[in-house]
Design a protein around this ligand. Structure first.
Ligand code: PAF
Length: 296
């Protein structure tokens, strides 16, 4: 097996067998890393796989469109699925094993009765627009962690609230895994890479660029204002004024709680935005240090 030839497994038994094989490729300090995805892979995912390769000897990518994290009326049915295309992209990216189970493998008894809850983190921001979404995410993340048993799991900063919830779950439930977070990958026009960008028409994509522009305005406003929360919020909001998108939220939150930071707050924060552009809901964010500079 070479890094350009990931082994596709679909069942729990196949996964167990594949995990037991010693990978041929050299790797990083951890024995095994996992990158969890819902497929429709793009450069953003590949950057996570490359990061995993640096961190571990064995790299597992999971591809599973998790029904539990989609609400009624959300895009579960139309969510892009292209396993053949995903495997082509993964060839050479450094994955050893691709675990692409069906729902009957992940949820053999149907919808799970016992689930993980994101608590307060799941009630705000994404949670207001998508009740139960983060509970569904955490439930499948914990199951996949049990099945793959990695030492390190790599997530993208693009899904900032997911990162907050996963970090909190790992801490609160003593899950034995290191959470590693990789920076958001952007297209040349500044739009954060997302599988949902495929839904955008060229005109919608143009309109969507107001999201990264607003985040940039927020971070730029910190310069010369001693990293003040209010100046970042005001500048980002001004950039969104009159934009042809339906704003869901613009928030400046504490990454430990996902709650709005008060005026005068100093320390790590995330400036996050969500908006609908036509029928497509997009999210974006930038981590900041208030009282300091943008961290990424
Ligand atoms: O970020 C995603 O693609 C999903 O939320 C995840 C972590 C794979 C869980 O289904």
């Amino acid at each position: 097996m070479t890094p350009s030839d990931p082994r596709l497994v679909r069942t729990r038994d196949e996964l167990r067998t594949a995990l037991a094989r010693h990978p041929a490729a050299a790797g990083g300090p951890h024995a095994r890393a996992v990158v969890m995805t819902m497929g429709a892979l793009h450069e953003g995912h590949l950057s996570l796989v490359r990061r995993a390769r640096e961190l571990a000897e064995q790299v597992v990518v999971t591809i599973f469109v998790n029904p539990l994290q989609f609400g009624p009326g959300e895009d579960l049915e139309r969510y892009p699925r292209d396993l053949a295309g995903d495997l082509r992209l993964l060839a050479g990216a450094g994955a050893d094993v691709v675990f692409a189970p069906g729902p009957e493998v992940v949820y053999p008894d149907g919808d799970p009765v016992v689930r993980v809850t994101a608590g307060r983190i799941g009630d705000v921001l994404e949670g207001e627009a998508r009740p139960g979404h983060l509970d569904g995410v955490l439930t499948v993340v914990l199951k996949l962690l049990h099945l793959v048993a990695p030492e390190v799991a790599i997530f993208g900063q693009k899904d900032a609230q997911q990162v907050m919830a996963v970090r909190r779950m790992v801490r609160d439930l003593d899950v034995p895994v290191v959470v590693d977070v990789a920076p958001t990958v952007r297209d040349a026009d500044g739009l954060a890479m997302s599988s949902r960008n495929a839904y955008l028409s060229p005109a919608e994509r143009e309109r969507a660029l107001v999201l990264p522009r607003a985040l940039r305005a927020g971070t730029d406003a910190l310069t010369g204002h001693d990293g003040d929360a209010e100046s970042a919020r005001t500048a980002a909001r001004a950039a969104l004024d009159g934009a042809d998108v339906v704003l869901d939220y613009l928030a400046l939150v504490d990454p430990a709680t996902a709650e709005e930071v008060p005026a005068g707050y100093r320390g790590p924060a995330v400036l996050a935005v969500a908006a609908r552009v036509g029928a497509t809901r997009l999210i974006d964010n930038v981590p900041l240090t208030l009282g300091g500079e943008a961290t990424r």
